[in-house]
Ligand binder design. Structure first.
Ligand SMILES: [Zn+2]
Length: 618
């Protein structure tokens, strides 16, 4: 039995100042989905070398166990006259390799392969057409050691990577493949880059292949757009609108805090997503999602969202994310702000940038309110609880999720709307949520010192000029309904609740899979749930007559609230017939509309919030 390295005595020699770390990433057979990685460690003087692979990557709060894709691990040392020697090693934890490095071995070479066949912004993907990787899913870090305080020679491993520059060389498989990354290239060495430390390496995605490259300058700073995949994207239009977004966001924070920025865009059949970095965004979007105005605007919202993160969460960080612990969950109750406020701004920024009009902004906002009000879990889980449990809930959705949880993106977005309105009203539009962001930037972002939840609340209160304890208890730490109507009335808007008056409420969703109609979700407290219908049941008939998912709505319209319905279904392989009583119709769409006969102050508030007249959105 082997002790884990955390308890294994280590000779406490001082580490050589000559230590250097260099990775090489090759992909000789891209179609095999295997990256071939070597790490060369020079100047290592300890008798063991610990190597750990992160279990998650910042920006995506789920333990993904990246080490499960590591294969073919090996370690050799080069030691002068004796030449190359194989170094003994063992795994001591799921993501932890321990290499024996007795004596002073001038050059240690670690080699391994990484299977990369998961195309998302937060994982690795290698195939004949390109390679894409995230540092957390690709590279080992060497944990730092704290010198022992008890004068014994036992230095404990910390959860922090050794602070040490890392060189990365890419070996493309074909002469026409190129490399795009926000990292600084090393002069005179093709495809070789320097990351100042492991955090920077993790924060610097790589796109390798024959992707299209578009360079542009905004505010005197160079930017690159790299597009992999074909479709109907129009790069010139995207760049023009992206530049407007950059300018609007730069105005909020007072300048751009980087000297180079990269947008990596993957075009695929129907994936959607983004991952933020300090100096890059990775975006994935449907390849034919650019022609229609609505889809194109959705894409520009995604650009605005990920770009906004370069301030809000990449530099203005919750304290719990100030120093990343790559080995385990990093708990914070503030994602409702880091993600939710960013989501509010991804609605606001395209409006300010002229990409869509106020009417579209209000339609988008109405859809978000509809989504929240259609989530029963909003009355169960608070925004702070949702943030804290991101690791076990948001990224692990199941049929019951909507009954028990709320997205911190969505709830945080709509809380941010209320905070923006509240601050504008109290200060007659001399202040807004923009001022909160600016103050957070100066106080916690520029120094990268991290904010605690009380500091976040305190900063918002400082700008708002009032004690927000009650607001916090009700809407952020609590689960009270958000008071949209009350707040928006000051801005000349009312929230209309629409329902199909002919459609009694049953409370379940059904989807056709193959030739079977499967119940996907059942709303808590609904007639369907009370009657004992389960997600996974197969819908067969209503009152003895076959019904499909497609026909269900129309069939229900033949009934009224209070009617008793006989539903037949398969529960597993058991045939069941259930009687239930239908409820009255429920709102399924909310819509923000101008109030009738707005007062002058309402019209003025609207104009100063959205920059157009209330009249213009009628
Ligand atoms: Zn985000």
């Amino acid at each position: 039995m082997i002790e884990t390295s955390a308890t294994t005595p280590i000779t406490s020699k001082s580490r050589s100042t000559q230590l250097s770390l260099a990775y090489e990433v090759a992909m000789p057979h891209p179609e095999s989905h295997l990256f071939v990685v070597t790490l060369q460690v020079q100047g290592w003087t300890e008798s063991t070398l610990d190597l750990k692979m992160p279990v998650w990557t910042p920006g995506s709060y789920l333990v993904r166990e990246y080490a499960r894709h590591v294969e073919n691990f090996g370690a050799v040392g080069k030691a002068g006259e004796i030449g190359e020697i194989t170094l003994a090693w063992q795994k001591v934890a799921k993501n932890h390799w321990l290499v024996e490095t007795p004596g002073q071995i001038p050059v240690i070479t670690i080699s391994y392969t990484v299977f990369a066949n998961e195309l998302t912004v937060r994982t690795n993907h290698l195939e004949a057409s390109h390679g894409y990787f995230n540092g957390a899913a690709m590279f080992f870090y060497i944990p730092d050691r704290t010198p022992s305080i008890n004068h014994q020679s036992t230095n404990q491993l910390t959860n922090q990577p050794l602070k040490q520059p890392i060189q990365i060389s890419i070996v493309p498989p074909e002469p026409d493949w190129i490399v795009t990354t926000p990292l600084k290239p090393l002069a005179n060495q093709a495809f070789t880059y320097i990351a100042e430390d492991f955090d920077t390496l993790v924060d610097s995605p790589f796109e390798i292949g024959t992707h299209s490259l578009y360079e542009f300058t905004t505010a005197g700073i160079p930017h690159t757009l790299a597009i992999w995949g074909s479709g109907n994207a129009e790069p010139e239009k995207i760049i023009k609108d992206t530049q407007k977004i950059i300018e609007v966001e730069s105005q909020i924070f007072g300048g751009l805090p980087y000297d180079y920025y990269v947008f990596i865009l993957h075009l695929t059949a129907n994936s959607f997503g983004g991952l933020e970095h300090k100096n890059a965004s990775c975006l994935i979007y449907p390849r034919f999602g650019f022609r229609s105005g609505e889809k194109y605007q959705r894409f520009m919202q995604l650009v605005a969202h990920e770009f906004f993160h370069l301030w809000n969460i990449k530099r203005i960080r919750p304290q719990a994310l100030e120093v990343f612990d790559y080995e385990q969950e990093n708990y914070t109750s503030s994602l409702w702000f880091s993600e939710g406020t960013t989501s509010y701004y991804d609605l606001v920024i395209p409006l300010r940038a002229g990409i869509y009009k106020a009417k579209t902004f209000l339609e988008n906002l109405s859809k978000e309110i509809t989504r929240l009000q259609a989530t029963p879990g909003r009355l169960v889980q608070s925004a702070t609880a949702s943030s804290f449990d991101a690791w076990i809930k948001l990224y692990r959705r199941e049929a019951h999720s909507d009954n028990s949880q709320v997205s911190y993106y969505l709830k945080g977005e709509l809380i941010s709307l209320l905070l923006d309105l509240l601050i504008r009203l109290r200060h007659n539009h001399q202040r807004s949520l923009d001022d909160v962001l600016r103050l957070l930037w100066q106080r916690f972002g520029q120094p990268e010192s991290g904010f605690s939840p009380p500091e976040l609340k305190g900063t918002i209160e400082e700008v708002a000029g009032i004690d927000l304890t009650d607001f916090w208890q009700r809407y952020i730490d609590g689960v009270e309904e958000l008071p949209f109507g009350e707040y928006l009335a000051h801005f000349g808007l009312q929230l209309g609740a629409n329902s199909d008056s002919a459609l009694p409420f049953l409370g379940m969703t059904v989807k056709t899979e193959g030739n079977r109609d499967m119940i996907k979700t059942v709303e808590i407290g609904s007639p369907a749930q009370i009657a004992g219908i389960d997600p996974g049941d197969e819908l067969l008939a209503i009152d003895g007559i076959r019904v499909s998912a497609e026909q269900l709505k129309d069939r229900l319209k033949d009934y009224q609230a209070g009617d008793i319905l006989k539903i037949s279904l398969f529960h597993g392989d058991l045939l069941r017939t259930i009687l239930l009583t239908l409820d009255p119709p429920r709102p399924d769409r909310y819509q923000l509309l101008p109030v009738d006969n707005p007062q002058a102050t309402q019209a003025e508030n609207f104009q100063r919030w959205l920059g157009v007249s209330l009249e213009s959105i009628k």
